[in-house]
Design a protein around this ligand. Structure first.
Ligand SMILES: Nc1nc2c(ncn2[C@@H]2O[C@H](COP(=O)(O)OP(=O)(O)OP(=O)(O)O)[C@@H](O)[C@H]2O)c(=O)[nH]1
Ligand SMILES: [Mg+2]
Length: 399
């Protein structure tokens, strides 16, 4: 895996909604206003730089005992195989872990099932003030009546401390349920949660539900969606991916955090689970082959800023991976005949890469300068000349 780095995080927890997929690129500049400033693992970030406040986006995990919180953390961030989680011990105390070697340096805090996170001794005000997302894990294979009561109580208390928290429910261990029961369970949980909120007059709490299991890719997909909400530049990234796809005739593109296989962004076409799994598998294959055959002498990271890979599928499609920087890779699926114009794809990729750097650089510069100035425009290329935009359609966001 890539060498870990100490780039710090800045700012408070995410504080406002993210724009829809068709939000303009200009939005990235506007978002500066709300003071939610996290720093990301960009290549040119000073390794030791710790920003003012040095705060990381925090994801708090809660749920009944044995619901699967530790297993989720281990599988997603420590590459533990799902079967090994059978031997994971019950967590005895509040466990906080920083996710490093990753594009997004966030922190996870797990509260053991037997402990109330709102115990005054645990300083809940401080924890939930910096909490970006509150993730409640429900064991779908167990009776969840008691868990739902707890969840309702915790969500309401957390909301009163910080109304900007993203509330997420993982209806977990669905691997043990048949398709029909899965749907019924989801509907039942959703209905009960909404009823409880309505009874308490707290309908303003917006909750997202995800069906998850550590035995397939659903846990990575769900975690991706949670993490994406902590990325302020999401709308700009989605727009850039759309533009790249249009210009290169790519069917689907994911911007992956390679170390965790979380996708930081994807284009605005719907995510098909099979395509996502294929792209995840490509990352695994690339890293495995690179680890085994990549270096003869000294051990080096299995991927770096210059990594790339191409896999041709029997379905007349091509999967290709291009590293954007040390942490991020673009993984795309394209029809074989469209991959023949490789020069165009290469050129568009370079434009895309520069644009990504700009999206994050603008914010970084502003943070470093400590200014709250407004950015008028984010442009796809350095010069803005028509020549340098060849291959990419003009960004619709620009007027
Ligand atoms: N079938 C299935 N089992 C799972 C899944 N996720 C976790 N488990 C199992 O659930 C059990 C409990 O997992 P833990 O991760 O220790 O649960 P926890 O929520 O951290 O529990 P505490 O630390 O006691 O609060 C383990 O035996 C896991 O193997 C899943 O997606 N499917
Ligand atoms: Mg645990």
């Amino acid at each position: 895996m890539a060498a870990s780095h100490g780039a710090g995080m800045m700012g408070a927890a995410a504080t406002s909604d993210y724009g829809s997929s068709n939000t303009s690129l200009d939005r990235a500049g506007d978002e500066q206003e709300d003071g939610s400033n996290f720093e990301y693992g960009l290549d040119d970030v000073d390794e030791d730089a710790s920003g003012p406040g040095d705060m990381k986006p925090t994801i708090v995990l809660m749920g009944q005992k044995r619901s699967g919180k530790t297993s989720i953390r281990k599988v997603v961030f420590q590459k533990m195989s799902p079967n090994e989680t059978l031997f994971v011990e019950s967590t005895a105390r509040v466990t906080s872990e920083s996710v490093t070697s990753s594009f997004i340096n966030f922190e996870t805090i797990e509260f053991p099932g037997q402990m109330s996170p709102f115990d005054a001794a645990l300083d809940p005000v401080s924890t939930f003030t910096r909490c970006g997302a509150l993730l409640f894990v429900l064991d779908a294979q167990d009776d969840y009546t008691e868990a739902l009561k707890r969840m309702h109580e915790y969500f309401v208390k957390a909301y009163r401390i910080n109304s900007n928290i993203k509330f997420e429910v993982f209806v977990h261990k669905v691997d043990g349920l048949g398709e029909d029961i899965k749907m019924d369970t989801q509907r039942d949980i959703f209905q009960r949660v909404q009823d409880d909120l309505a009874d308490a007059g707290m309908e303003q709490i917006h909750i997202n539900f995800h069906m998850t299991s550590i035995y397939d890719h659903s846990i990575f997909e769900a975690f991706s969606k949670v993490v994406q909400k902590l990325i302020r530049q999401l709308a700009a990234l989605e727009r850039l991916l759309d533009i790249f796809n249009q210009g290169s005739n790519v069917e689907k593109a994911f911007l992956f955090d390679v170390a965790s296989k979380i996708y930081v962004a994807t284009d605005t076409s719907p995510v098909d689970m099979a395509t996502y799994e294929l792209c995840c598998d490509m990352i695994d294959v690339t890293i495995d082959i690179s680890s085994i055959y990549g270096s003869r002498d000294e051990p080096v990271a299995p991927f770096d800023a210059n990594s790339s890979a191409v896999i041709r599928l029997s379905t007349q499609q091509v999967l290709f991976l291009r590293q954007v920087n040390r942490y991020l890779a673009l993984v795309c699926i394209v029809r074989a005949e469209n991959y023949e114009k490789q020069g165009l794809i290469d050129y568009n990729f370079q434009c895309f890469k520069r644009a990504i750097e700009k999206v994050f650089e603008v914010r970084k510069k502003m943070l470093l300068a400590g200014t709250r100035c407004k950015v008028d425009r984010l442009r796809l290329d350095d010069s803005g000349s028509s020549e340098s935009r060849q291959g990419l359609p003009p960004p619709a966001a620009r007027s």
